[in-house]
Design a protein around this ligand. Structure first.
Ligand code: NAD
Length: 513
């Protein structure tokens, strides 16, 4: 297996952290580790089907010889009900900081305001920036239209619309901020390339919507091109996410590693898991510089609670990734091969059971017992996995780069207004704005002044762009504008500064501008 510190094009590609093996993929290298002494991990049994599938997964892993020193924490419904709006008690963070490895069953997120998603909180608080989601078919034993698909989605896990910064700005308009950072893109994209190299993958495909979001998605694409250039041995391609998603759903076998932003990756990995056979089959690793978390990609399936019916595979394969991560690769290999053999023998839970292919319908517990019975065996038709040793956890410091030369050249003043664009323009032009001049007004991004179309539908949310003929604008001039707007009873809701960075505009044009 190619390990970290690999040279590409004369440059040293520094490690981010050890590779995670794709749950559906195989590596050919011989194993070199022996099973270490017990590794402390934090375990949460979660909600809904969580306790059943966690017990089944742990039973299998321990029977295979996993050396785990388990600390259990409570998360989810009971903790929310006890008044912790984040779904986790303060003391549980101590366990996570201590063990740095979290094996987590799904939880139920309460509906409605006042509660934050615990999954997002954990990923972001612990800096788990890379979400690795392998999705492989197990044909002919699990029905799928895509028998040869074997892809891994590497999803950015902390940024994008999941920053969770939302505001109701006017009576009619609500906003969710999409935040994309260069360091966030860089470490995620590099992780995807390193993952591909370490796991013998051939191609990395980037999905963005940068034909529309030229700055945010554009940055992700740009970083993909920049970092990709350091990996000449890998094939690289970029698809606009809409047609890329359509291709992925139609011919997933054409994809190998997909790297993408948070929201696209969240949606696409569920699609990929489902078309591979069942959303119950896919595990997931959330990798950070300090901690990592391993889980199933599916949720708590509340309707199946307590019925001994859920497929524990997603969580178990998350556990296989965890065992690799903590250096227990021999156990990971044993568990994965026993699981493959169970699937091959036709011992199936209801979600994948198919008359004529399956030989025995089992519940969660029965499935776990069947896998345990097969520990030490390998599949005979499906390809057995061969996991090499993983190295101790390492991380790549984000490169320090010189600050760009930043020059403020204008400001967008957002206002709530129920009149016409022309009336608003008149009001704004009458303000004592010093050198700032009203250049344009847009409504939901479309230019409505000057020379707007009468057909354009307008809400009560207006973006009013002031500039200084291309010259620098002092922050005090912007403060003067907002003060003047307040004086004139203009209901402004926020400002966004228009800045050039090293001469390049850091703001988009209005639609139709
Ligand atoms: P879900 O993934 O829990 O279930 C959707 C459907 O998929 C189920 O009804 C079931 O038919 C099937 N399914 C899922 N897991 C299965 C398994 N192991 N075996 C067999 N079939 C399985 O999605 P949902 O119903 O939309 O969400 C339920 C709750 O889970 C929500 O509160 C949601 O917020 C939460 N959730 C949690 C996580 C997490 O903890 N990581 C992830 C996603 C959703």
């Amino acid at each position: 297996m190619a390990m970290m510190g690999t040279h590409h094009k004369g440059q040293i590609v520094r490690p981010i952290e050890p590779p995670q093996h794709a749950a559906g993929a195989c590596t050919e290298t011989e194993m070199t580790t022996s099973v270490p002494t017990k590794t402390p991990i934090t375990v949460a049994y979660g909600d809904g089907i969580g306790p059943d599938i966690m017990q089944a997964s742990l039973d299998i892993m321990l029977a295979a010889g996993a050396q785990l020193d388990i600390e259990t924490i409570a998360i989810g419904e009971a903790v929310y009900a006890a008044g912790h709006t984040s779904g986790i008690e303060a003391s549980s963070w101590d366990s996570l900081r201590r063990t740095k490895v979290f094996f987590k069953a799904p939880i139920t997120t309460p509906q409605g305001g006042g509660f934050k998603s615990l999954n997002v909180t954990i990923r972001k608080s612990l800096g788990l920036y890379a979400n690795v989601r392998p999705c492989a078919a197990y044909a002919p034993f699990v029905a799928t239209k895509h028998p040869t698909m074997n892809m891994v989605i590497v999803r950015e896990n902390e940024e994008d619309l999941y920053a969770g910064i939302e505001h109701r700005q006017t009576d009619e308009v609500y906003q969710c901020l999409k935040i994309i950072s260069r360091p966030g893109c860089e470490r995620l994209v590099r992780y995807a390339f390193e993952y591909a190299i370490a796991n013998g993958r051939k191609k990395v495909t980037c999905f963005t919507k940068d034909n529309i979001m030229k700055l945010t998605d554009g940055l992700f694409h740009k970083v993909f091109d920049e970092i990709g250039a350091e990996y000449p041995s890998l094939e690289k391609e970029h698809w606009i996410v809409d047609i890329g998603a359509a291709k992925m759903a139609d011919t997933p076998e054409q994809f190998d590693v997909i790297v993408t932003l948070n929201l696209y990756g969240d949606i696409l990995s569920d699609v990929a898991a489902q078309i591979a056979g069942s959303v119950g089959l896919a595990g997931s690793a959330n990798i950070g510089a300090h901690c990592s978390m391993f889980e199933a990609i599916h949720g708590s399936a509340p309707r199946m609670t307590g019925q001994d019916r859920a497929n524990p595979t997603g969580l178990l394969l998350g556990g296989v990734m965890m065992l690799n991560h903590i250096g227990q690769s021999q156990v990971a290999e044993k568990v994965h091969n026993a699981w493959l053999r169970t699937i091959e023998d036709g011992v199936h839970t209801k979600d994948v059971y198919k008359e004529g292919v399956s030989t025995k319908l089992v519940g969660t517990k029965g499935f776990a017992l069947a896998v345990i019975e097969r520990i030490g065996q390998e599949p005979q038709i499906l390809k057995p996995v061969r996991y090499a040793a993983t190295e101790p956890f390492k991380t790549l410091p984000t490169p320090v780069r010189p600050l760009a030369k930043k020059e403020t050249v204008g400001v967008d003043l957002f206002v709530q207004w129920t009149g016409s664009p022309d009336e608003l323009a008149q009001k704004l032009k009458a303000l004592p704005t010093n050198t700032l001049e009203l250049k344009m007004i847009t409504n939901r991004g479309v230019k409505v002044w000057p020379d707007g179309f009468p057909e354009t539908f307008c809400t009560d949310h207006w973006r009013c762009r002031f500039m200084n003929g291309g010259s620098t604008v002092a922050l005090s001039a912007i403060a003067g504008l907002t003060a003047a707007a307040a004086e004139a009873s203009i209901d402004f809701i926020k400002t966004e500064h228009l800045c050039n960075f090293d001469g390049e505009p850091g703001y988009s044009l209005g639609q139709g501008q």
